[in-house]
Write a protein that binds this ligand. Sequence first.
Ligand code: RIB
Ligand code: CA
Length: 322
Amino acid sequence: MTTKIILDTDPGIDDAMAILFAEANPDVELVALTTVYGNAEINTSTRNALYLKQRFNFACDVAKGASGPLVRDPVGASVVVHGENGFGDVPLEEPSIEADPRSAHQYIIDTVKASPGEITLVAVGPLTNLALAIEHAPEIASLVKEVVIMGGAFGTHEHTGNVTPFAEANIHDDPHAADIVLTANWPVTVVGLDVTHEAFFSSQYLDTVRDTCGDIGQFMWDISRFYLAFYKERMGVEGCFVHDPSAIAYVINPALFEVRKGPIRVVCDGPAEGMTLQKYRETKHKTDEWKDKPAQNVAIAVNDRALLDLFLDSMTHYASEQ
Ligand code: RIB
Ligand code: CA
């Protein structure tokens, strides 16, 4: 069955991979890209979403979202990881199409209400738009099919953080928004570093994507040169972890992942700000800030080989039909 998704994103190199994966896979209907600051500032991430829509003829809407976090001071764009233009500084033509006039959070509210029970929200950037949507229209909690988030790190396999020792980038960018989204009464699955650091696009794998996936494969290869240089310089590896595409893989085939249930809270200030903590044991405490919060899913294991096969198969099949 096809899953309708709104993909909330800060494109971003791995965001572009996730967007193209979603567009390519026939089990996903990409209803919209809603944009958020993060890897790039909001005008750049929105331009990049519009660029992808125009260049690859997506039918989806694009709606521009938040330019900064709810409470904390902005962290600033991840230029060192994604380049000045968010797409690895590959030259891009300015798109001639425009975004939907509504803000991203209003677009999310309207679309979820128009199709109750049908829309899965997939968020692969800071969670500001989703927090604004649920704050402005709490009734959408019961109307959303599912919320899938790339973000957070819960310490499985010792994966505890990437932008600080104990925080993942998307959550660290707006911990207050993340705490709102993760404690809201809607069904959330978090696909964090616990699993995204267990799947790896090697340089050779990306060469295969370039050689077998037509225009989208070449584009992914081009923009990922900058990303791979960052990984090599920072971690000494030849390739990159599979962050945002993993959230799409979960939507297509949740059986690729093992999940653990329990309520989640986010540390909102201090040295551990952005840290995500799941209470997954039934212990009793005099003080318990997890008590009465809904149990959510955290992905703790992934079939990485099957995920890589799914990604490549989706892309090659799509390319063969263009
Ligand atoms: O930590 C990885 C996440 O941060 C990904 O969503 C990536 O695009 C960056 O935003
Ligand atoms: Ca992202």
